[in-house]
Design a protein around this ligand. Structure first.
Ligand code: ZN
Length: 215
């Protein structure tokens, strides 16, 4: 996956989310997303806050000043809950403006800064070059989680392939390897991402067991 391809995934996911969000009225904002316990307001707040959190990582990589994504998991969750008290139109505006500022910040990154190490919210130390991929995952997977009709079949195929490989590796590393599966690429990737078992079986045709949550 090249840097340019990954930035194109970010752009595609941002457009999918923006289009989905633009169609929401206040009642639809307050309705459940596809994520357990989260309304669409929770999810849109999370997406906007994520853009700002990733800008803090870009700042860290550029300056060396340690600016983590979130001050704590509790603060992250409190900020998401606070977002749900705001009107949907405000959250839509926040999503659009934060995504645009992140785009600008990505474009302004000095070449040498991509190699600088930063720490993700999960505590992993990675080079800043991972930041576009982190955002691509958020906007593309959560575009489907918004529950407005976008599905994994609407996501770019190379994105699905890379995401599936990454989740398999992560689940193997966690001692929870996923065996061979039968199903379409979008269905199998949604399955690996913990988004249901629809269209997926084991290779002998048996129902695939639901994997534990991811992301
Ligand atoms: Zn997320």
């Amino acid at each position: 996956m090249t840097h340019t391809e990954t930035l194109a995934f970010v752009a595609a996911g941002t457009t999918l989310c923006a289009d989905a969000i633009a169609g929401l009225d206040e009642a639809a904002f307050a309705a459940p997303s596809a994520l357990p316990g989260w309304t669409r307001k929770h999810l849109v707040t999370h997406l906007a806050a994520n853009a700002e959190a990733l800008m803090r990582l870009l700042h860290w990589a550029t300056t060396g000043e340690r600016t983590p994504m979130y001050s704590s998991p509790e603060q992250r969750n409190a900020d998401i809950e606070a977002g749900t008290l705001r009107p949907g139109a405000d959250l839509a505006h926040w999503f659009t403006t934060s995504a645009a500022r992140l785009d600008d910040a990505l474009a302004a990154m000095p070449e040498a800064a991509w190699a600088a190490e930063i720490v993700t919210a999960q505590g992993r130390t990675v080079p800043a070059s991972q930041i576009p991929w982190m955002r691509a995952r958020e906007v593309l997977v959560h575009a489907a989680d918004l529950g407005t009709g976008v599905t994994f079949a609407d996501l770019p195929e190379p994105f699905l392939t890379t995401l599936g490989e990454e989740i398999r590796a992560k689940r193997s590393g966690a001692g929870e390897p996923v065996g061979e599966l039968a199903g379409s690429l979008p269905d199998v990737t949604a399955y690996l991402a913990g988004r249901g078992t629809s269209g997926v079986t084991t290779t002998d045709g048996a129902p695939a067991p639901a994997p534990s949550p991811w992301l």
